[in-house]
Design a protein around this ligand. Structure first.
Ligand SMILES: Cc1cc2nc3c(=O)[nH]c(=O)nc-3n(C[C@H](O)[C@H](O)[C@H](O)COP(=O)(O)OP(=O)(O)OC[C@H]3O[C@@H](n4cnc5c(N)ncnc54)[C@H](O)[C@@H]3O)c2cc1C
Length: 459
């Protein structure tokens, strides 16, 4: 049995590993990615590393390097297993797969630091080639130095729109516009709460907007009626701006981002209860302030509560201290208290951000019937609406999945689940929380059918 297994080598998992290693532990950290770093501290391919500061900006590149240096400093005390996907959690064992070999891992403590993925909102044309999720667009750039196109529009409701647009501009793309679906007054209303919680982070965010404007990038707030058109790939973006005027922009790629959604599947498989969070409009696990989810089970980072990279790293440290404390190891009380206070501020900041960049879920009330809702199974908005309207039609998302296949594909409702619940809630005039959430099933991500189970200790 291993004392601690961590899933996820992003900011949360890396920070937890550092605390545990410095306390004399030898944790295992598995991650399906090739390199540690998670989403925000993703290590670029070797030829791209000298360009890191150009892509990320100097301050972010320095944070990136510091996190990797700290993780490298404990390499001898940590069993880091890249390319290992954790796909099931059952009977006190975590099942991981590398290549075609499935290995069960027994653990004394398990920390799930699985991060988040993009939240998407279906708009006409969003499945056209050339349309990427915002995170996907960033991943291509940070990982491979590749751009999704030469004339790119960034659209949605997220502060990351501005950051990604700047990064694309720095790497030579023409950023045609940033189309922000949230209205300026909503952002102004949230500003006092943002300034109180984390003034430096707010200043950094505002500087992104200012630099884009100074660089000649058009920024539209309060965008509605967004649609993407093109014969075989994205060629035009149409939308209405807050003054009601209609616009039509020529593009060759679009990055769409409507915030993040927590990756909670493994916690769900472990039986940890989830509750609907009205600010983030998604289901999040119920854990205590230090990440305790159940005896021997801990959660940290964006997979637990959307909080951003700094909050993820702090929550990882706190979860590691919780693991140590639960084993009776003395932990530094002053540092823990300081970390809790900082985490509370950063999470308050993120909550205010979720109001400033609210997901325009109300768009689903008027979504066109022919808009694709579930892209894995090619199920349209109209199909789900018709099912809901039928006699004895579904009243929650799992029943809708059984009847329409919406959410049944390989992404397991990661990209359509939240939108499906909102669509059904509008159709039934019911609160979205009563639509439920898609139940997680193993494997949480696809694995090969011919995989073989090997003993934990088989090399
Ligand atoms: C695509 C994307 C891009 C982002 N870019 C930025 C940015 O540029 N700047 C910014 O401030 N914030 C960014 N964010 C938000 C930021 O990622 C987070 O706040 C921060 O990285 C969260 O850290 P974390 O450790 O909780 O999770 P992550 O950084 O997401 O790390 C989670 C890790 O867990 C691994 N993992 C997940 N599930 C499994 C599994 N089942 N088995 C094995 N491994 C698994 C993943 O491969 C990943 O490495 C981005 C988010 C996304 C989704």
């Amino acid at each position: 049995m291993h004392s601690t297994v961590i899933v996820g080598a992003g900011p949360a998992g890396m920070a937890a590993a550092v605390v545990l290693a410095r306390a004399g532990e030898h944790p295992i950290i598995v991650d399906e990615a090739e390199q540690p770093g998670g989403q925000v501290w993703r290590k670029p391919a070797a030829p791209l590393q000298p360009a890191l500061a150009r892509i990320l900006g100097r301050a972010a590149a320095a944070e990136h390097e510091q996190a990797h240096a700290e993780f490298a400093s404990i390499a001898a005390s940590v069993d880091h297993r890249p390319r290992h996907l954790a796909w099931n959690l059952q009977g006190g064992e975590l099942f991981v797969i590398e290549h075609r070999r499935i290995r069960p891992l027994r653990y004394g403590a398990l920390l799930l630091a699985t991060g988040a993925t993009d939240r998407l909102l279906p708009v006409p044309g969003w499945t056209l080639p050339g349309v990427f999720s915002l995170g996907g667009a960033q991943t291509l750039l940070k990982d491979q130095g590749a751009l999704i196109g030469r004339r790119v529009v960034f659209a949605g409701a997220s502060p990351l729109l501005y950051l990604a647009a700047l990064q694309y501009k720095a790497m030579g793309a023409t950023v045609v516009a940033v189309l922000d679906t949230t209205a300026l007054p909503e952002k102004l209303r949230a500003t006092p709460a943002l300034a109180a919680a984390a003034p430096r982070v707010l200043a950094r965010g505002l500087s992104y907007m200012a630099r884009l404007r100074a660089g000649g990038v058009a920024i539209f707030h309060g965008v509605t009626a967004l649609g993407i058109e093109g014969q075989d790939y994205a060629e035009r973006v149409r939308f209405r701006c807050s003054r009601g005027a209609e616009h039509d922009l020529a593009v060759d790629a679009v990055a769409l981002g409507f915030g993040l959604r927590a990756e909670t599947q493994l916690l769900d498989l472990a039986g940890v209860p989830l509750a609907f969070d009205v600010d983030f409009r998604q289901w999040l696990p119920i854990v205590d302030g230090d990440g305790r989810a159940a005896p021997g089970l801990y959660a940290a980072g964006d997979g637990c509560t959307i909080g951003g990279a700094a909050a993820a790293a702090i929550s990882g440290r706190l979860a590691a201290y919780a693991i140590l404390a639960d084993r009776g190891v003395a932990v530094p009380a002053t540092e823990v208290a300081m970390l809790r206070a900082r985490l509370a501020r950063l999470r308050a900041f993120q909550r205010a951000l979720s109001r400033a960049f609210a997901w325009p879920a109300h768009w689903l009330a008027d979504a066109r019937d022919d808009t694709v809702l579930c892209r894995c199974e090619n199920v349209t908005v109209g199909v789900v609406r018709a099912a809901v309207a039928a006699p004895l039609g579904p009243r929650e998302v799992n029943r809708a999945k059984a009847l329409t296949r919406c959410g049944m594909g390989r992404c397991q409702a990661r990209f359509c689940g939240l939108a499906t619940a909102e669509l059904m809630a509008h159709a039934l005039a019911a609160p979205v929380a009563t639509m439920g959430r898609h139940r997680s099933q193993a494997p949480v991500k696809p694995i090969p059918l011919d995989a073989t189970l090997v003993d934990e200790d088989t090399p």
